[in-house]
Design a protein around this ligand. Structure first.
Ligand code: NAP
Ligand code: FE
Length: 371
């Protein structure tokens, strides 16, 4: 059996884990740059807990709270400049995928002079500030991946900065930080995590261990569907979803994502559709495409979700996502042109071609224009 598994991030999951692990923060450095979005770190209580721990440790800190959703390359250069000015020697990210992804690039750019072009090409060394990540959404798994997904306004799409150097040093998981999520963000991020598990399971690079973890993640998220739909999640459910999303991160760290994420990025860039939702709108049609070539894998996924068919899968997902957006013929062509050239589209045993992408976009969001 061939297998390769690499996860340098220390993961701690327990109630109150930030306050209970102040010694782990002490090991990271003397002055923290706390990277967050505008509001969520304050609303969810994460910032208060981190400030409390740093104060007890007599560690200094500065706050960079300008990270927008789908952070731009400009934002991470700005954050890195701020890190240098404040003399931070470690980084703490509190937030969803956006602040976490930005924090990785900021920690890198704070210690290395890297041009935009070299950043995109991966021309830099492994030198980076130590990082502690506290996810406040249960979706991206960014707290355990080597990816920083940034918006590139020059290329007019999202780009993936990927390097082993970007793996967080420490990930602290506590479902209490996700309690203030709106229903939409809770649903969209859970759907993102679900697609990570499914895409990883279908990836050419999956192995026995990643497949086992992927199915575990898929199964947990599926069990929470009804409570997500009615938005009646308990603290225990939130912990389960956070655990499942971290599992999703662990598996995509090894396998990458596949065509669904590739097709989802233009929906986010051009149509402003949330990342997880964008994937959720497409995943059912993608399963139908894979069914033609790898029915056994689709069966495994459906069994993990206690579902009998892809029809049932789509009904359940539609129940979560509600009314769908629609695309024009020109938009579909443009999005196919963008996604066909991405690396992750070919990361499967039977990669979809241009016509397949066209069919998937059209059947998911085309309102029947290609039928
Ligand atoms: P997000 O963009 O980080 O956050 C979405 C919204 O939720 C923001 O308005 C945020 O507010 C708010 N929010 C976050 N936590 C909250 C909480 N606990 N309570 C109330 N509101 C909260 O969303 P995300 O889906 O987690 O991350 C999406 C990004 O991650 C995308 O850029 C995507 O490409 C990337 N991603 C990365 C990976 C990876 O492996 N690195 C994988 C998948 C996706 P604030 O603005 O105030 O924070
Ligand atoms: Fe994702």
């Amino acid at each position: 059996m061939d297998m390769h598994f690499y996860l340098p991030t220390e993961i701690v999951m327990e109630d109150g884990c930030v306050l209970r692990n102040k010694d782990k923060f002490k090991l990271l450095g003397k002055k923290a740059l706390i990277v967050t979005g505008r509001n969520s770190a304050r609303i969810c209580g994460g910032l208060d807990d981190v400030v409390c721990v740093l104060s007890k440790n007599a560690q200094k800190y500065a706050i960079y709270d300008k990270v927008m959703s789908n952070p731009t390359i400009e934002c991470v250069y700005d954050g890195a400049q701020f890190a240098r000015e404040t003399g931070a020697d470690f980084v703490i990210a509190i937030g969803g995928g956006s602040p976490m992804d930005a924090a990785k690039a900021i920690a890198l750019l704070a210690v290395q002079d890297i041009s935009r072009e070299d950043l995109l090409k991966g021309n830099y060394t492994g030198e980076i500030l130590p990082t502690a990540f506290i996810p406040t959404t249960a979706g991206t798994g960014s707290e355990v991946t080597q990816y920083s997904i940034l918006t590139d306004n020059e290329a007019r799409t999202k780009v993936n900065i990927s390097s082993r150097a970007l793996f967080p040093t420490l990930a602290l998981l506590d479902g209490k930080y996700t309690a203030a999520l709106s229903r939409d963000v809770a649903v969209n991020t859970a759907v993102d995590a679900l697609t990570h598990g499914i895409e990883s399971y279908l990836s050419l690079r999956s192995n026995k261990l990643t497949s086992t973890l992927a199915l575990e993640s898929i199964s947990i998220i599926s069990r929470c569907f009804e409570k997500l739909k009615n938005f009646t999640l308990s603290r225990g459910d939130r912990n389960q979803l956070l655990y499942a999303s971290t599992l999703g991160g662990i598996v995509i760290a090894h396998t990458g994502t596949i065509a669904v994420h590739a097709m989802g990025y233009p929906l986010t860039y051009y149509k402003d559709i949330d990342h997880g939702r964008a994937n959720g709108l497409l995943i059912g049609k993608y399963l139908r495409f894979v069914l033609r070539h790898e029915p056994d894998k689709i069966r495994d996924i459906l069994i993990a979700m206690h579902l009998g068919s892809i029809d049932e899968f789509e009904v359940r997902l539609d129940g979560l996502l509600g009314e769908k957006e629609s695309l024009t013929r020109d938009e579909i062509k443009k999005f196919c042109d963008i996604s066909i050239n991405t690396r992750n589209v070919s990361n499967t045993a039977n990669p979809p071609g241009y016509e397949d992408l066209l069919e998937m976009y059209a059947s998911a969001l085309g309102g029947g224009i290609y039928q």
